[in-house]
Ligand binder design. Structure first.
Ligand code: 13P
Length: 250
């Protein structure tokens, strides 16, 4: 049985009160559902304390990004050790918004992934194609390239700490979800690529889908053979909707 994961990426939203309310709300959801899945929330860095102080231990904390450096003169960066102090055991890495807007290249993403696994924080490595890339038939080539550069230097043991998130750029925040079949095709491809790196890890690695996941489409996406959960943006800020998504994972 593969682990199932539902992660709420709050992006740059909320404030201290909203973060506390969401933390309490998600904790209640997890207690109510007694889900077999790992439920994660990824608040902005500065709200991590408020969230950490208000979530139950059954909710896992994730960062939205992390530095590839240990410490030192890196203005604006946050290290893996700092995250660990808050009990934050996961970090999103290589989100398309970081890649497109803040210059996170494949090399930067690979360095961040390496730092996470070295320090025992599980990286949620995001890969995804743009609409233009999909329409020109380059989806699998793009995903393969992003995946290889992020993962190829990891040993089998390190690879086991990784979660991959397939997030088609055209589906993020657009209300336009990949169909379950479109998503499954890419997830199956990702699992195959991971198998080429390390056969044993491929069968246990959670590969989650992100891009306009909501209460209405979560169940059909999560029903696909290689979709092990979701990375949820907008809908993770609405407790009722997030609960439905968590229910859909079972
Ligand atoms: P939306 O669910 O808002 O489309 O965002 C997806 C995402 O980018 C999660 O990381």
């Amino acid at each position: 049985m593969r682990r199932k994961v539902v992660a709420g990426n709050w992006k740059m939203n909320g404030n201290r009160q909203i973060a506390k309310d969401l933390a309490v709300g998600v904790s209640k959801i997890v207690e109510r559902l007694n889900s077999s899945a790992e439920i994660l929330v990824a608040p902005p860095f500065v709200l991590m304390t408020d969230v950490a102080e208000n979530v139950s231990s059954s909710v896992n904390l994730a960062a939205q990004d992390v530095s590839s450096y240990d410490n030192g003169a890196y203005t604006g960066e946050v290290s893996v050790d700092m995250l660990s102090e808050f009990g934050c055991a996961y970090s999103i890495v290589g989100h398309s918004e970081r890649r497109a807007l803040f210059g996170d290249t494949d090399e930067v993403v690979a360095a961040k992934v390496a730092k996470c696994v070295e320090k025992n924080v599980q990286p949620i490595v995001c890969v995804g194609e743009t609409l233009e890339e999909r329409e020109s038939g380059k989806t699998l080539e793009v995903i393969g390239g992003q995946l290889h550069s992020a993962l190829e230097k990891l040993t089998g043991d390190e690879l086991e700490k990784v979660i991959v998130a397939y997030e088609p750029v055209w589906a993020i925040g657009t209300g336009k979800t990949a169909t379950p079949e479109q998503a499954q095709e890419v997830h199956e491809f990702i699992r195959g690529e991971v198998a080429a790196l390390d056969e044993a890890t491929a069968s246990v690695m959670p590969i989650i889908y992100g891009g306009s996941v909501n209460a209405g489409n979560a169940k059909s996406l999560f029903a696909m053979a290689d979709i092990d959960g979701g990375l949820v943006g907008g809908a993770s800020l609405k407790l009722e909707e997030f609960e439905e998504i968590c229910k859909a994972i079972g």
